[in-house]
Design a protein around this ligand. Structure first.
Ligand code: ATP
Length: 710
């Protein structure tokens, strides 16, 4: 099965265009239909701010500090500790978020303003979130529309009231588009053997069957000899493969652990490596674990979006601190001196002259910085960055022997191609049986319809949801993959169902975890029914616990707006929430620390109902299933929410989502749901419910106690 590469690329381009459009439509619908306060409550905006300070931050970027506007906080009860407008209200803006900073008008003007906001604000990255101040590094020359320069825009704001709102990250799209355009334009003779294999124009070069005995591949000096057999086998295979290797890492099987050893082995073989992941956190995870091995590595990316522990490897920081950076620093000092002298001079002519010199210096600064960056990058044997980060100017002409992509099953294929175009060989790690990246342009209605490519041809079944990992497995079959089979997270009983149903029964629980219970936690835990049983199912069947639609609830502005409501057409279940509370309380009463407990549910509306738990049990974590992928906790409670007479289960029907939900806990999994409804959702759900009925400790709610709880 071969694939027409340029057809593939143009299909991707049209799919990406609709995805970006969907993302923009969603965020502008949200922004135009809700007040800044509602958006603030939903965690996507912060309103009523003023610029309280402005300075130069890392990498020479302009950083503005925003504080509450004193004029709007007079009614607030918060104490004024900073001399500004008091503390910021509750909000959901986090370091690393990309936000649009714009002027905020009065209520009546707001709608028009919002429409114009895209054209009149400036984008930036949140670099610090404090109690009374939030700092944003504004894009240099990245001003939107009429504001060409972020710095200039901020100067213009003066004392005006402003607000910030989270926006879609279109840099990612631009990078993916540029990559796909390049691929579309490539002539067949330009296709490397690597590219040919990835599109099925050639088969992967064969790898010796018994690698352990193979003369070349068998001789490996392990940095970590405690790796398990499946991990060693995956590394041997990845080293021996010529074009592509997939490392399939089911939950808790030490995927990152394996990648670290693999990177060290590749380095021993004098290869140059580019390591990427879809998110900053996935990349930082690797940097943190690679750094102790003292390998020459460099991390590309905006410093505000990196973990503090990783900053010393960041290119921006190295540019300022390394020897190579000294020469850049000189110019910076000269610029600062000139800037200071502007303030001293009164003569317009002199000032003009200084501005001209500054302009020259800035040019010089950029030039030197660029040279310094390219020296640093050229000198490092391991470069780490997000997938789209690989499309930045820093890597423009760089080539790598091997590109490693972690969490490849959570990235769009077009995103993977950003680094892959610079590769001779790729190693992708992931688990295609957990959730793929979230796609916004794909809703239940058009999920199965085919799409039109740019030239109008129907592209059957083409969807962004098919990841590179999925596609390669389908294209070349399981011979290009190795699976890690020992998991170091879950009690054996928690692992059983996902292993049997999804991983061909191949998962094994490591000795150290297979029988671990809550009662064995290294602190004082009482012996109760909850702390000695790893798998509990609280069955709410019987129709006493009906689900509720988000739009049936009184949520003010979002009441009528199903489509662009802050919670979509999400579902909730009050009685289930009461059961969750009851169970959390009993765990905490038994001595379990709230920080060892997580509640996960597929529905955001259910999360909203559960929110008070955070105040009742400080330290507990609440999360959506999708948001909890990659995480783990000692005790996890899963609230399934769906309970209706029609057996409607919505996106519970996605087994990859259920897989993620049920594989987060280490010692205790409690499932709360209506088996009658859920069973009717799919074969997988039916099997799961039956498995729980037979293997879990089965409980039925105590309605009287619950009435009290509710
Ligand atoms: N060979 C091994 N021996 C002992 N412990 C191991 C081994 N491999 C991995 N682990 C442990 O298993 C845990 C999970 O490892 P790691 O963080 O690499 O997992 P992962 O597979 O990347 O996680 P995820 O499930 O999120 O993909 C870690 O605590 C790690 O120390």
């Amino acid at each position: 099965m071969t694939i027409d590469i340029s057809q593939f690329a143009s299909t991707q381009l049209s799919l990406l265009a609709s995805e970006l459009a969907a993302e923009i439509a969603e965020s502008s619908a949200l922004v135009s239909l809700h007040s800044p306060q509602a958006l603030q409550r939903a965690g996507v905006a912060l309103a009523n701010l003023i610029v309280s300070a402005q300075r130069t931050g890392l990498g020479g970027k302009t950083v503005v500090e925003l504080a509450p506007d004193p004029a709007t906080t007079s009614t607030s009860t918060s104490t004024n500790s900073s001399g500004g407008g008091g503390d910021l209200p509750e909000h959901g803006i986090r370091v690393g978020d990309i936000v649009l900073l714009a002027e905020q008008g009065s209520g009546r003007e707001r709608k028009r303003e919002v429409r114009e906001m895209e054209g009149s604000g400036v984008k930036g990255v949140v670099t610090r979130v404090g109690r009374a101040v939030v700092a944003v590094a504004v894009d240099e020359g990245g001003g939107q529309g009429k504001n060409e320069d972020g710095e200039g825009f901020v100067a213009m704001l003066g004392e005006k009231r402003v607000w910030i709102v989270k926006v879609a990250d279109d840099v990612t799209f631009r990078r993916m588009n540029a990559t796909m355009e390049k691929l579309a334009k490539m002539e067949e003779r330009e296709y490397s053997p690597f590219i040919r294999v990835l599109f099925g124009l050639s088969s992967p070069s064969p790898v010796p069957a018994d690698l352990e005995r193979d003369e070349e591949a068998g001789e490996i000096e392990w940095v970590d000899p405690t790796l398990n057999d499946s991990q060693k086998d995956a590394i041997r295979f990845a080293l021996a493969s010529r074009e592509i290797a997939l490392i399939h890492g089911p939950p808790g099987t030490g995927k990152t652990h394996t990648l670290i050893e693999l990177i060290l082995q590749l380095l021993k073989r004098n290869l140059r490596i580019l390591v990427c992941g879809p998110s900053n956190i996935s990349v930082d995870n690797i940097v943190e674990r690679l750094a102790p091995h003292k390998v020459p590595l460099i991390r590309l990316g905006h410093p505000a979006r990196l973990l503090p522990s990783v900053l010393s490897h960041s290119l921006d920081v190295l540019t300022r601190t390394s020897e190579a950076g000294a020469i850049v620093k000189d110019v910076r000092a000269e610029m600062d001196a000139k800037q200071a002298s502007i303030r001293k001079t009164r003569s317009g002519r002199e000032r003009k002259a200084i501005y001209a010199e500054l302009k020259e210096l800035r040019k010089e600064y950029r030039e030197r910085e660029r040279r310094c960056v390219s020296n640093l990058v050229a000198g490092s044997r391991v470069v780490l960055t997000t997938l789209h980060g690989a499309g930045g100017f820093q890597l423009r002409d760089e080539q790598f022997d091997v590109v490693i992509i972690d969490e490849a099953s959570q990235a769009l294929e077009a995103q993977c191609w950003v680094p892959l175009l610079a590769a001779k060989k790729a190693i992708c790690a992931g688990d295609h049986l957990q959730l793929p990246p979230t796609i916004k342009s794909l809703n239940s209605k058009n999920k199965t319809t085919s799409r039109k490519s740019k030239d109008g041809a129907e592209v059957k079944g083409a969807t962004l949801e098919t990841t590179l990992f999925d596609r390669l497995l389908k294209l070349h079959g399981p011979s290009i993959k190795r699976m890690l089979t020992t998991q170091y997270r879950m009690h054996e009983k928690i692992m059983r169902f996902p292993s049997d149903e999804l991983y061909e029964g191949k998962l094994m629980a490591a000795e150290s975890v297979k029988a671990r219970l809550l009662i064995d936690l290294p602190y004082d835990v009482q012996k109760t029914d909850d702390t000695t049983e790893p798998l509990i199912f609280i069955d709410t069947q019987g129709g006493d616990f009906p689900e509720k639609n988000e739009d049936e609830q009184d949520r003010g502005a979002s009441k009528k707006l199903t489509k662009s409501s802050l919670y979509g057409d999400s579902k909730s279940n009050e009685m289930e929430a009461a059961l969750v509370r009851q169970h959390v309380r009993s765990l905490v009463d038994a001595g379990i620390r709230p920080e060892d407990i997580a509640v996960v549910t597929p529905y955001n509306a259910q999360l909203a109902i559960l929110a008070p738990l955070k105040e009742m049990f400080p330290g507990i974590e609440l999360g959506s299933v999708d948001g909890f992928q990659g995480r783990e906790k000692e005790a996890v409670i899963v609230s399934l929410v769906r309970s209706n007479p029609d057996g409607e289960v919505g996106f519970l029907g996605e087994k990859r989502r259920l897989n993620v939900a049920m594989t987060r806990p280490k010692r205790s999994l409690t499932v709360i749901g209506d088996s009658e409804t859920v069973k009717r959702g799919s074969k997988f759900l039916k099997d799961w419910m039956e498995f729980l009925e037979e293997n879990a400790e089965l409980r039925y709610p105590d309605l009287a106690a619950l009435a009290q709880e509710a």
